[in-house]
Every structure is written in C-alpha cells, then in structure tokens.
Design a protein. Structure first.
Length: 198
C-alpha cells in the first residue's frame, strides 16, 4: 500500500528550503551539513531525507524557487500596458522587492551555482539567461542604437543586473534609502545611461 502524503507536506518542504537558504547563505553550501539543517529545524536527518533525497536537491530547490518568483514577477510586468522605460522601472522594483524579501535565497543563487551537479547547474543558468534575454530586448527597445551594436546588448543587460544583483551585500532596511528608492535610482541610472549611449 502506497504511503499517503501528509496534509502539510508542501509546507514542510518549504520550511526545509527556507532554513536551508538561511544556512547556505550564512555558512556556504559546503559548510552546512544536513545534520546542521536538521538541528536548525528541530528535526532528524531522516525526516529531511523523507522530503528531499539529497542535499543537492535542497540546494536546487532554494535556487529554483527564487528563479520561479523572479520569472513570475517579470512576466507580470511584461504583461502590463507600459512603455519600455516604465517596464524597466517596474521590473527593477519587482526584482528589488524580491531580493530584499528573499535575501538568503538570492545570495545562495549568486554564490553556490558551482555546488550543483552539472545538469542542474545548466538548468539554472538557462533560466537566468531567459531573464537576461528579456531585459536585453527591453534595453534595445528603450535605446534603438543598440540594434546596430549587437555585441553591446548583452553587456548592457549585465551592467543593469550588476547594479541590482549585489545590493544584498550592502542594502539595509534601516539605512538611508528604501529598497524601492534604490530600485528607482538603479532604473534612473540605467535609463539615463541608455539615453547618452553613443
């Protein structure tokens, strides 16, 4: 007889991923063991393995869940009837909101990619690339001069992400600017930089 799934199965999986994100962000993937995770959750290692077959599966879920959230945010903005500059501003605000709200997952995504097995790493990279592609196309819409400079399109998108992706290393909620103010500053810098593109 097949074992039935607990009513709170998904909530328990989510709790494991939340705590794993915190641990991996603080100690690194290699520095945090499954035993550390179990102790942080007040659970046993066998319970962790009931929900996730391996430590790498947990790491993948940390990254995958964060990318799903970013992808949903981007798709929601792209579905709005906005001008290209306003779309970039709203994407920036949506991303910053998620970077701040899921800082541990974001840090793990940026720092622990090489800890994934090759196939899963390729999956994550492919999905990151899709996000970059959307921004790249949006930047070309905003600044048509980029159409003639194909080799500059990806660097322009990566410079944009470079402004916002690492804010988790210095942004503080009690600092001099809110997350949305930082997002607007990043959007302004990107948009004004595109205006002046030679």
């Amino acid at each position: 007889m097949a074992r039935t799934q607990a009513i709170d199965y998904e909530q328990r999986r989510e709790a494991i991923v939340d705590k794993a994100a915190e641990l991996y962000a603080a100690k690194g993937f290699l520095g945090a063991s499954v035993l550390d995770l179990a102790e942080a959750l007040g659970a046993s290692k066998s319970l962790i393995y009931h929900y996730y077959p391996s430590k790498e599966d947990i790491l993948f879920e940390v990254m995958d869940s964060h990318l799903r959230d970013l992808d949903e945010a981007m798709n929601a903005v792209m579905a709005l009837d906005l001008s290209p500059p306003d779309r970039l501003r709203e994407i920036t605000r949506s991303f910053m909101h998620r970077y701040v709200g899921a800082a541990a997952r974001h840090k793990v995504l940026l720092n622990e990619l090489d800890s994934l097995p090759a196939e899963r790493r390729a999956d994550i990279i492919s999905r990151q690339r899709r996000l970059i592609d959307v921004v790249e196309k949006l930047l070309v819409e905003i600044q048509p001069k980029l159409k003639r400079r194909k080799r500059a399109q990806m660097p322009a998108a990566m410079l944009y992400f470079g402004m916002i992706n690492w804010t988790h290393t210095w942004f503080r909620a009690d600092g001099g600017a809110t997350a949305m103010e930082v997002a607007d500053m990043a959007a302004d810098i990107a948009l004004r930089g595109l205006e002046g593109l030679d």
